[in-house]
Every structure is written in structure tokens, then in C-alpha cells.
Design a protein around this ligand. Structure first.
Ligand SMILES: [Zn+2]
Ligand SMILES: [Zn+2]
Length: 318
């Protein structure tokens, strides 16, 4: 934490800009430009479309081959890379959707993730969303991505290792304990209901970085029940509206951290045997106000000018 005098929460708000859309391949009328995997319709046309990424990081066809290159190792890029076009409306993102639409979007993510989990080659199925140029989005139309990979990404592995080590020592879930502490202290909580909690984590990397998790211990988003998903959709809408009210038109990354795919080769992962007990799914919303620079990229040290306690107090009031 390194406070700068003029970086107070109330000065972080960015004005809402009306953008000239120009040509958008995700807007209705341009469906032929993408290879459709799944579509969710209403009587007014499609509401959500899942399409293949035109510049995929992974390919579905083939087998997973692992090979050495001297000191190094490589794995063939087998996997899946899908884009979820979350709405036909170019300028309506998460805070703007109505209730029914929010539920549909999260159900679409759950369905795609459940489907990809059937492929035992895929070890980790990740969902993320880049919104705005500062967050690395190539297109401004609201969309998210699903990336399924044959390896466990390093950041996911680190998180799984910590959760497993904590469970080994205490026989309790790390995130359940973290949430209980946040709720008892209260400083960093921004919203809670009977099923979900949203808080700004201790010593957060970024100003207004926000985590959302189910109160009930649950390891997998893909296995969330319908009634939970409905409450989750409402809750996410409310949290994102709060952030929008505070920050204006903010750029952000949203990352869903969920259990790795247990139907992949579990013999490789002794630690995955207790996943249901030690891992807890959650969402991270990462507002992006400025680009990551050398200190973050080179050292993994994030300099945050607004302590989460102060940002949370501000968010509770908006
Ligand atoms: Zn569009
Ligand atoms: Zn838990």
C-alpha cells in the first residue's frame, strides 16, 4: 500500500463516454462471421451466443503430446477456446442487464464449462472477461472467454497448493476461513446476502479489487445448483452496479476461479482427491485503471494507492 495524495476513492471515477461503435462482428446481423457452438434464443432473436475464438490459443482436435526440449518441456496446444457473446446489445454490460438476462448469461457459462469437463484431456477450464482497452479487450461488445487447457496454469497451481496445504494443516477450507474473518471484521465487506459475500481482499493488488464467493462451501461453479445461480446472478449485478456507480465506465478483468477438471487424469494429482473439501470457487473482479508496469510484471509486487478498507467504506456508501 502506498497512498498518493490525489488518489482518493472519490477521484477514481471515469466519465461515461459515448463511443462510435463502427463495425462490430459480435453485433446482430454479423452472425455469419463466427463459428457458432451454442445459441440461446428468445422470441426477439438470440440473447447469448457461444462461438469459437477466431484466434484460438488452443485447438480441439488432436491428442496431448508432451515432449522435452533439453531443459524445457512442451505440451501440444490441445484444448478449447470459446467466446461467449453475452448480449446482442453492444453497450450493455454486466451492471446493465435485467435479471432474466443475467441468469441466462451465468447459466450459459455453467453449461459450457460442464460440457468441456466431459473431455478428460482438459485439466483446467477457465473463464475470464476482459472489458475495456486497459483490460486487454480487443472488442468493446460485452463478451467473456472460456479457455480449457491440458496443463494447470501456474497461478491456478499456486492457489490450489495453498488451499491444499492449509487444509492439510487445519482440516478446514482456506477461503471459508478467510470469509469468516472478513465477515467478523467487516471493514472490507461491500455486500452480503444469505448465499454470497463480496469483499475487497486484504492488501489487494489493485484498488477496488473485489472477490465474490458463495457462503456455502462449494468447489465447482459448474456444479452450482439452479437456485444458487439465480441468487448469484442477482448478486453479481448488484456488486457490479456498485462498482460502476463508484468508478463510472471502468475497465476490468473478471476471473472465475473454479475447481480443475477432476475427470482429467486424477492419478497425476494426489492433491485433487480432496478438492471438494479444500477448494472453494470464487470470482475476482479486477478494475484496471492503469497498465501493469515493470514492478508488477518483473517482481510480482503490486503498488496499490488506495487501501481496500478505504475503498470498501466508499463502496458501501454509493
Ligand atoms: Zn457489438
Ligand atoms: Zn470453503
Amino acid at each position: 500500500m502506498a497512498r498518493e495524495r490525489n488518489r482518493r476513492p472519490e477521484f477514481m471515477r471515469r466519465p461515461v463516454e459515448t463511443q462510435n461503435i463502427g463495425f462490430c462482428p459480435f453485433c446482430p446481423g454479423n452472425e455469419k462471421l463466427s463459428k457458432e457452438i451454442r445459441r440461446y434464443d428468445s422470441q426477439n432473436g438470440w440473447q447469448v451466443r457461444v462461438v469459437a475464438n477466431s484466434y484460438p490459443a488452443m485447438q480441439v482436435e488432436g491428442s496431448v503430446n508432451r515432449s522435452p526440449h533439453g531443459l524445457f518441456d512442451s505440451v501440444s496446444g490441445i484444448g478449447a477456446h470459446e467466446v461467449v457473446i453475452e448480449t446482442p446489445e453492444h453497450n450493455e454490460d454486466l451492471p446493465d442487464w435485467n435479471r432474466e438476462h443475467s441468469i441466462l448469461v451465468w447459466k450459459a457459462y455453467r453449461e459450457r464449462m460442464m460440457d468441456l469437463e466431459r473431455d478428460f484431456r482438459l485439466r483446467c477450464i477457465m473463464m475470464f472477461k476482459n472489458s475495456g482497452t486497459m483490460a486487454g479487450a480487443g472488442l468493446s461488445h460485452p463478451h467473456g472467454q472460456i479457455l480449457a487447457s491440458p496443463v494447470t496454469p501456474p497461478a491456478v497451481e499456486q492457489m490450489l497448493d495453498s488451499a491444499y496445504a492449509y487444509f492439510g494443516e487445519k482440516e478446514r477450507c482456506l477461503l471459508c476461513d478467510m470469509m469468516a474473518q472478513e465477515l467478523s471484521e467487516g471493514y472490507r465487506i461491500i455486500e452480503e446476502n444469505e448465499s454470497f459475500v463480496a469483499w475487497l481482499p486484504y492488501a489487494s493488488r489493485l484498488p477496488f479489487e473485489c472477490w465474490v464467493a458463495p457462503r456455502r462451501h462449494a468447489h465447482s461453479f459448474a456444479r452450482a445448483r439452479d437456485e444458487e445461480l439465480i441468487v448469484f446472478a442477482d448478486f453479481m449485478k448488484s456488486v457490479s452496479r456498485r462498482l460502476k456507480q463508484a468508478l463510472g465506465d471502468f475497465d476490468y478483468n473478471l476471473v472465475l476461479h473454479t475447481s480443475p477438471n477432476r475427470s482429467s487424469d486424477i492419478r497425476m494429482h494426489e492433491q485433487w482427491r480432496t478438492l471438494e473439501l479444500h477448494y472453494h470457487w470464487h470470482i475476482e473482479i479486477l478494475p484496471r485503471m492503469w497498465p501493469q508496469a515493470g514492478c508488477e510484471m518483473g517482481n510480482g509486487i503490486f503498488i496499490n494507492p488506495i487501501p481496500p478498507e478505504e475503498a470498501a467504506a466508499f463502496l458501501r456508501e454509493v
